[in-house]
Design a protein around this ligand. Sequence first.
Ligand code: FES
Length: 110
Amino acid sequence: MEDLITLHITDLSGNEHKIQAPTDMNLNVMEAIRANDLPIKATCGGMAMCATCNCVVKSNHTLPEMSEDEEAMLDEAFVLDIEGSRLMCQIPVSQEINGLQIQLGELTAE
Ligand code: FES
C-alpha cells in the first residue's frame, strides 16, 4: 500500500524495530508504536500532558514545530536538554516522516 510509511524505533534495550504505519488513519507516532505492540507508557493517551511518550529523534526529518504544551511538558520532565527530544504523540504519521528514526526515551518505560 502506498499510504504506509516505515518507522525505525530503537527501544530502551537497544533493540531496533522496523514498523509500518498508515498515513490515512489520523494516527500519531505514539499510537503507531502501540499498534505494533511495542511497550510504551504514554499515560495521558496523547494529550501532551505526561511526557511518558518521549523520544529522541535520530534522523534529519523536518518535524512539525513543537507546541507550547509539548515544550512545557518536555521542560518539566527535564529532558528538553537532550537534543532532538520530542513527544511521540505530538508527531502525526505522514509521508513527511517516512523513514523516521527514533530512540525511545527513558520515561516510556512501563
Ligand atoms: S502520551 Fe502523554 S504526552 Fe504523549
